[in-house]
Write a protein that binds this ligand. Structure first.
Ligand SMILES: NC(=O)c1ccc[n+]([C@@H]2O[C@H](COP(=O)([O-])OP(=O)(O)OC[C@H]3O[C@@H](n4cnc5c(N)ncnc54)[C@H](O)[C@@H]3O)[C@@H](O)[C@H]2O)c1
Length: 345
């Protein structure tokens, strides 16, 4: 039977698995990966991180966490990390995650997201580690949908990045059947929160926070009426902890794909309107008054989906997961984190 307790930050209940596990988190120095590290440590698990630091940072990790700086495309390096750490489970977050880079450089994208995944799976199987949780994406699998898409929605990835997430799930399914791996693919909606990198093209919240704290207007692409399902990073981390625990209960040799999102749509104009006062309040609370101006509109971005939402009913029934942090509270926490970072810079 699963036992529950309330986390110290009061977010939501999380399961205590029967035994602490050793978990290797690839991409653990990144935004979502580092929140997973925090959540696993809180649950009493041992963790280690494999990351090439291409977008992640050691500063996202507690100093006590072993960090192996390695590229998942390098099969030997990946194998060495598995040999050194002997993990019970892998949480695979490392990826090339820029859609536009995947369009410009589909070979690089496939090297990291397909060959890198295969290297991780091979090293896991060779090391006797047969529990895998994989960061997939609801946004790129389902395409334009105006109501929350369930997992049964036919996959229709249009970018090379989306294709690699879809192929990644197919490889997991193959390794599950062939090698008795138990795998869970979590299809995230649009994840936002503290530690998100503001320098990429994704992560509109991180990009807007940085602009607004600098007293500049946010630039909204086109009319901004692009609807997304925003889910808070620490909520996504908790879904990963629950999924890792669920690999105890799931039948070996199976892949379970689950959506992780809120099912609530917010467009970019609405998002900016909530974020701007939150940034102003966070800055003022730190003695740095900013009064960011209203947004400006730039050109529309080619290929941007009009609407994308996921239905996470299955994650609730299988994992007991539900989002705990509503968008306004999550945006306030994110604005506070970016304001702290600016003050400390
Ligand atoms: N952020 C979102 O909204 C979102 C949505 C859907 C899926 N995802 C997936 O979630 C995962 C984590 O994304 P994130 O938002 O935390 O991004 P991130 O860039 O903060 O994290 C990715 C991490 O992987 C590392 N990495 C990249 N290439 C690597 C390589 N070749 N070898 C080793 N490490 C490598 C980076 O240094 C970084 O620390 C990714 O798989 C991404 O595709 C994210």
């Amino acid at each position: 039977m699963m036992r529950f307790r309330v986390l110290p930050d009061g977010l939501a209940p999380a399961p205590l698995s029967a035994l602490p596990m050793k978990i290797l988190i690839t991409g653990g120095a990144g935004f979502i990966g580092s929140h997973i590290v925090d959540a696993l440590l809180r649950e009493g698990h041992a963790v280690a991180v494999l990351d090439d630091l291409s977008s992640g940072s050691p500063g996202n990790l507690p100093a006590s966490v072993p960090l192996h700086v390695a590229d998942i495309v390098d099969a030997e390096a990946v194998r060495r990390v598995f040999t050194a750490e002997k993990p019970d489970a892998v949480c695979h977050q490392a990826a090339q995650m820029s859609v536009s880079r995947s369009v410009r450089e589909p070979l690089f994208d496939a090297q990291v997201n397909c060959l890198g995944l295969i290297n991780v799976l091979d090293a896991a199987v060779a090391g006797g580690c047969r529990r895998i949780v994989f960061a997939s994406s609801g946004g790129v699998l389902y395409g334009d949908v105006t109501t929350p898409a369930p997992e049964t929605t036919p996959a229709n990835p249009v970018s090379p990045y989306g294709i690699t997430k879809w192929v990644g799930e197919r490889y997991l399914s193959f390794y599950a059947r062939e090698h008795g791996v138990t795998a869970v693919a979590l299809r995230y909606a649009n994840v936002y929160g503290p530690r998100q990198n503001p320098h990429g093209e994704a992560g509109v919240v991180a990009i807007f926070c940085t602009k607004l704290l600098g007293g500049q207007p946010a630039t909204i692409n086109g009319d901004g009426r692009y609807v997304r399902d925003y889910v808070f990073g620490p909520d996504v981390a908790r879904a990963n902890v629950l999924a890792l625990a669920a690999t105890d209960r799931c039948a070996a040799g199976s892949l379970t794909s689950l959506n992780i999102g809120t099912g609530i749509g917010t467009d970019v104009v609405e998002l900016e309107a909530v974020l701007r006062p939150a940034v102003g309040a966070a800055a003022a609370a730190r003695g740095h008054a900013v009064d960011p101006p209203p947004p400006v509109h730039g050109p529309a971005r080619a290929g941007d989906l009009r609407s994308n939402l996921v239905d996470a009913t299955l994650a609730k029934s299988i994992l007991g997961w539900e989002p705990a942090v509503p968008l306004d509270a999550g945006l306030a926490l994110t604005a506070a984190w970016f304001a702290d970072r600016q003050r400390d810079a």
